[in-house]
Design a protein around this ligand. Structure first.
Ligand code: C2O
Ligand code: CU
Ligand code: CU
Length: 480
């Protein structure tokens, strides 16, 4: 038995849906099917999840199309997509297509890039994904609560040519803080969470359920797309008895490499695609362990080998590398240098580090207000109109961005609209030519990145620990 977690609509059904009723009766030539727009409707509404399986308690959640996570959307590189989003919640929302380099007006930040989608209304997102890879989507309104109640889904952009693997799997990882009766624990936005590590939960799900064994076959090659859609939990995954090869980070192919110490560090919003050659023994079981937090290691799931003998006598010798995406190359010699400094958070002795000026509105229901700042300025809540940009870049310029973490906490810093080439960490060059939209800074880290500012608009740059973003660890920059 093999478990394929894809509950996606296939490309073929996608296209047929786009072609409408006529497609049911008319046989269309392949060429015209391939040029159709990828079209979808997604409805946001309350629902119920069974995180711990059919015998467990039901958890009230908010959903895309009735499921947590939402449907896996599969789009094609360079192919226009049209996604109609219907808001069936009692509050405003938006959808942000995390990691997709798209037009500013489609970026889904309320106030900044679009008016919020009011309850009972629709918004049409149209964009053409330039990059193949693993991305995801989530709201950018009342983010902590909406993401925390389940609104997240994977967005896969397929390569033009299929990649040579036996199976393509996705693990969308989510961390939940549940009460004993299975309800979401209250207290979203507590001051403690906001000023410390964020709302870390007590159960982790893969594709919406507490994981059972993952069935695998000896000898098969799996592309495993890992996506961390948690509010705050950072993960470090180890595959006992296996040697995962990282082939893409945040959707962008990198030089294939084994991760340092065999650990895959996945902070909130990050994705890592790995290629796993299943070289374990038939009938055996191997643990997948998350040991990010000291003393809190746990077995996330288990790779359970079928008893059948290996699919192949020798491991595949095809290189696992993926074709690079068309990212503009930074011109470092002529780069504009910008620096952002992350400040605030709880210090030793329970004191809050001083945060300076406050910009924007404290979010109703947040009991904290600002706990963090970027360059002395706290932008709290979500997007809103009139956010003054921290810096402005002329279109086409290379930006050399230094991010300095003065706090005692970890921060996955996320940039909208761009992928950044990661140059150096604490002065040492970062190998493997990794492009990322979300870069994890350890306490006191300094990271240097570069990107070409080829996409005009006002873009958000923020920590993806949702509590941190809401409590001020957010800024905006402008490309003219
Ligand atoms: Cu994943 Cu500003 O977002
Ligand atoms: Cu984003
Ligand atoms: Cu943070």
């Amino acid at each position: 038995m093999s478990i394929d977690f894809r509950h996606s609509i296939s490309r073929r059904r996608f296209v047929l849906a786009a072609a409408g009723v006529a497609a049911a009766t008319v046989v269309r030539p392949v060429s015209s099917m391939a040029s159709a727009v990828d079209e979808r409707r997604v409805r946001i509404a309350p629902g119920q999840a069974m995180f711990t399986g059919a015998s467990g308690p039901l958890t009230p959640v908010w959903t895309y199309d009735g499921t947590v996570p939402g449907p896996m959307l599969r789009l094609r590189q360079g192919q226009p997509a049209r996604i109609v989003v219907e808001n069936g919640l009692n509050e405003d929302t938006t959808v942000h297509w995390h990691g997709i380099r798209l037009q500013n007006a489609m970026d889904g930040v309320p106030g900044l890039t679009q008016p919020p989608i009011k309850p009972g209304t629709d918004f049409v997102y149209e964009f053409t994904p330039p990059d193949a890879g693993t991305f995801w989507y989530h709201p950018h309104a009342n983010s902590l609560v909406q993401l925390g109640r389940g609104l997240a889904g994977a967005l896969i952009v397929e390569e033009a040519e299929p990649v040579a693997v036996d199976r393509d799997l996705l693990w969308l990882l989510q961390d939940w803080r549940l009460a004993a009766d299975g309800q979401m624990a209250p207290g979203f936005g507590s001051t403690m969470d906001a000023a410390m590590s964020g709302r870390i939960g007590n159960i982790v799900t893969i594709n919406g359920t507490v994981p059972i064994d993952q069935s695998v076959m000896a000898g098969e090659r799996i592309r495993l797309r890992l996506a961390n859609a948690s509010l705050a939990r950072i993960m470090a995954l180890r595959f006992e008895g296996h040697r995962p090869v990282v082939v893409a980070v945040d959707g962008q192919p990198c030089d294939p490499h084994e991760p340092e110490g065999g650990r895959l560090i996945l902070a909130p919003a990050m994705r890592i695609d790995i290629v796993l050659d299943m070289q374990g023994d038939p009938g055996k079981r191997y643990a997948v362990i998350d040991d990010f937090y000291d003393g809190l290691a746990y077995t996330l799931t288990t790779l359970a080998y079928d008893t059948a003998s290996s699919l192949r006598a020798h491991p595949l010798d095809v290189s696992p590398g993926l074709p690079r995406n068309p990212l503009p190359e930074p011109d470092l010699a002529k780069a504009e240098r910008q620096e952002i400094v992350l400040q605030g958070g709880m210090m030793g002795g329970g004191k809050l580090a001083g945060v300076g000026g406050m910009m924007g509105m404290a979010t109703p229901g947040m009991n904290g207000g600002a706990a963090w700042a970027i360059n002395g300025m706290s932008m709290t809540g979500d997007g809103h109109a009139g956010m003054a940009p921290q810096f402005t870049l002329p279109r086409g310029a290379t930006c050399h961005l230094t991010m300095r973490n003065e706090t005692a906490w970890w921060h996955p810093m996320h940039i909208h609209g761009f992928s950044m080439l990661v140059l150096a960490r604490n002065g040492s060059p970062v190998p493997h030519r990794q492009w990322q939209d979300t870069v994890l800074l350890a306490p006191k880290d300094t990271i240097e990145c570069a990107f070409v500012a080829d996409n005009p608009g006002d873009w958000m740059l923020h920590c993806h620990v949702a509590d941190h973003q809401m409590a001020g660890l957010m800024t905006v920059f402008r490309v003219t």
